[in-house]
Design a protein around this ligand. Structure first.
Ligand code: FAD
Length: 564
């Protein structure tokens, strides 16, 4: 709500443009000279991507200080949390997208947008090479390059198939708006195929077996949407096959929704069991063909094959080729995902920033930094800190590395004194640094990077925009507002993630939510909370009204099952 109010405010401000009139030709010359000089002095910022991270950066950036160019093969922003709803027509595709040009025209200044894909980043020459995805431009050449002073890489991630044979050819993905539209058409196709004459019952059953690989939030939400679509709408129009439909979720871990609180994952499993959605945990998919999905049962080591009508692959994300190539150029070729420091800068290339799903904060560096912070705090080299000193150190660490806080909270060991007692097994007034470092080395193994979510990406975009906006001010105060005891000083506070909770819609007007403060809520009222949060988070009033309209239409008329 506040963000939209802010947007409206920016909008009304930009409605009347400011025009400066000069009194005489010389005044005019001088003013245009000054203007030109200011323009040429502006640093060039190139932003790659118009997803959650890129758009949130653009929305908050003070563009009067920069010459901003945006490159993305997609000229719109997509509200991905509602993509599963698009797969079944609960919400229409156009209701969850906002043209990027609409978003940038609301800014008080000019942002150039190029609908193109970045093919290569050349950090040595500070250039990016791009190709327009519209066949050819007027010059007969659809490739171009852009120079940058600062580069913001926000190109997200791609589907990860783990090189499983047949997945690319025979599975659907749920990453882009087009994917959701394709799934919607295929679901209807499966029903149309199943009711064709001269099919055996077994053939009809196979056509109506929907398999979802991946029991994370996206896979589970899609399974729930599909169940509702089938049972609320499709069974009424395809009554002859209504008892032949089945939905299976294949998960390699022991539980679905395993990044959520245990209570939520149990609630989801019980709900799916009641609904007749089969959950196959502990199964790893080996290959997929047009008719069969082959997998290994982890507990017995046996291979099994099941026939399917359609498979949706939703098992995590991988690095895009352009980022992989960039990582090889900068010596990160052996990493799985591009590493940045806690100011979101790519190590060794301080004018290149990476945020959102395409990057992660380097964990190895975190542990080295944590050790350095302890050593610097231990001024008398006694190997111990008082409880008070220790708490101070922890506070510093948490400001730099919010993941540590998340870990401590998850393990219900947030009270650092308890943590110490736990690590050392005694009640002393002083804390043994080595003992605590040992405890932290366990944290290191389990401490996951920040999750690849819209929430993280949007907060990183807003954080980076604030840093860019304050850059000029910081020049006169290079040590910044906060200094750290070790690891050097930096003009900005490091990025700090604020976890606002997460939702898991489970179908049948039931949802589960994990909210800050270890608060878990499940059931119908949570579904209404979900409706209100997702309506309020829409990027514009236009999409907000469209989404609410779609939800109301579905309540009154049901979902549309035309195959268009
Ligand atoms: P994206 O939003 O993917 O944006 C990447 C941008 O880069 C796009 O504009 C793309 O077109 C552009 N791009 C791609 N390649 C290039 C290139 N070569 N050159 C230039 N531009 C390029 N998160 C939540 O927090 N809550 C949810 O409920 C939730 N639900 C989800 C449901 C689904 C179905 C999916 C797929 C994701 C969901 N997520 C959710 C995760 C969330 O969408 C991502 O974490 C988020 O989109 C990451 O933002 P990003 O800006 O890094 O990448």
């Amino acid at each position: 709500g506040r963000a939209s109010a802010k947007l409206l405010f920016v909008c009304s401000l930009s409605g009347g443009s400011l025009i400066a009139y000069a009194d005489s030709p010389s005044d005019r010359d001088e003013s245009s000279f000054m203007q030109n000089q200011k323009e040429t002095q502006k640093k060039k910022v190139v932003v790659l991507g118009t997803g959650w991270a890129g758009t949130s950066f653009l929305k908050d950036l003070d563009i009067s200080s920069y010459d901003v160019q945006v490159v993305s093969p997609r000229n719109y922003f997509a509200f991905t949390p509602l993509l599963p709803s698009v797969t079944c027509g609960t919400v229409e595709a156009r209701s969850i997208v906002e043209p990027v040009r609409n978003i940038i025209k609301k800014r008080n200044g000019e942002i150039k947008f190029w609908e193109a894909e970045c093919l290569k980043i050349d950090p040595a020459n500070k250039k990016v090479f791009c190709r327009s995805n519209i066949d050819e431009n007027l010059a007969g050449n659809n490739e171009f390059s852009l120079k940058y002073d600062y580069l913001v890489i926000a190109i997200g991630a791609q589907v990860n198939t783990f090189n499983t044979p047949g997945v690319l050819e025979h599975c659907h993905f749920l990453k882009e708006v087009e994917d959701a539209q394709r799934i919607r058409r295929t679901v209807i196709d499966c029903f149309e195929k199943a009711v064709l004459p001269e099919l055996t019952e077994e053939e009809r059953r196979i056509n109506l077996h929907f398999v979802i690989v991946g029991g994370g939030p996206t896979g589970v939400e899609f399974a729930a949407e599909l169940y509702d679509f089938v049972h609320e709408d499709l069974v009424k129009i395809y009554p002859s096959v209504k008892d032949l439909v089945s939905i299976s979720v294949i998960q390699s871990g022991d539980h679905i929704l395993n990044t959520f609180d245990e209570r939520i994952s149990t609630f989801a499993e019980q709900k799916f069991q009641r609904d007749g959605i089969e959950v196959l945990t502990g199964h790893r998919v080996l290959s997929v063909s047009d008719r069969m999905i082959n997998m290994k049962t982890k507990s017995t080591g046996q291979n099994i094959s099941i026939p399917h009508g359609m498979v949706v692959w939703s098992t995590g994300v991988g690095t895009r080729p352009v980022v992989k190539d960039f990582m090889e150029q900068i010596g990160q070729g052996n990493r799985r995902i591009l590493a940045v420091d806690e100011w979101l800068r790519v190590k060794g290339y301080e004018d290149v920033y990476a945020l959102g799903d395409c990057a992660t904060v380097d964990q190895k560096k975190i542990m080295e930094d944590i050790s350095a912070i302890f050593e610097a705090a231990d001024k008398d080299n006694s190997g111990t800190l008082t409880i008070e000193e220790f708490k101070d150190v922890i506070e510093d660490i948490i400001i730099r590395y919010p993941q540590v806080e998340l870990y401590l909270k998850n393990k219900q060991l947030f009270d650092v004194t308890d943590l110490l007692k736990d690590a050392e097994g005694n009640d002393r007034e002083e804390v043994d640094i080595e003992g605590f470092k040992l405890a932290l080395s366990h944290v290191d193994k389990q401490m996951k990077s920040l999750p690849a979510t819209a929430q993280v990406a949007a907060q990183q975009g807003a954080y980076l925009a604030r840093c860019f906006n304050m850059r000029e001010k910081r020049k006169s105060n290079p040590e910044g507002p906060r200094k750290f005891r070790s690891g050097g000083r930096h003009e900005f506070r490091p990025f700090r993630y604020r976890h606002l909770g997460q939702f898991a819609p489970l179908g049948g007007e039931q949802a589960a939510a994990e909210l800050p403060g270890d608060w878990v809520s499940m059931g119908q009222s949570t579904q209404w909370l979900w409706y209100s949060v997702y309506a309020s988070k829409q990027v514009s009033w236009r999409t907000r009204l469209l989404v609410i309209g779609d939800w109301s239409r579905r309540f009154v008329f049901g979902r549309d099952s035309s195959r268009i």
